[in-house]
Design a protein around this ligand. Structure first.
Ligand code: HEC
Length: 89
């Protein structure tokens, strides 16, 4: 007959209950770890200054637009200037 933590003799039902509790504990740990991972990921994401990923296009010096009069305007935005700007895009 197996003996529980408190020294009491465990019946078959108690043993099954103990196993279920252990599985629940493992599940809880995994869920907690996953939750923490998601939190950390979203937290580091929110630290990025270029939140809307504008620089994926405007970070390129080749991005220009041509006006109706044929004038070329550079749409390049320096990442350094974005990171030090007062406005958050
Ligand atoms: C997928 C690439 C892409 C992304 C991402 C992008 N842009 Fe643009 N943006 C362009 C292109 C291309 C033009 C030029 C459109 C045109 O020729 O009129 C432009 C034009 C602009 C203009 C107008 C310039 C002008 O005077 O006509 C502004 C302002 C601008 N973008 C700001 C932003 C901001 C702020 C973000 C982030 C929220 C952003 N863009 C994200 C490609 C992008």
């Amino acid at each position: 007959m197996p003996v529980g933590v408190c020294g009491a003799r465990l019946t078959g039902r108690d043993l099954k209950h103990k196993m279920r509790m252990r599985r629940l504990l493992i599940l809880l740990t995994v869920a907690l770890a996953a939750g923490a991972a998601v939190l950390i990921l979203t937290y580091t994401n929110s630290l990025a200054l270029d939140e809307n990923n504008c620089l994926s296009c405007h970070g390129s010096k080749d991005l220009v637009k041509t006006t109706e009069t044929g004038r070329k305007i550079s749409l390049y935005v320096s990442e350094e200037r974005v990171n030090t700007a007062a406005t958050v895009y």
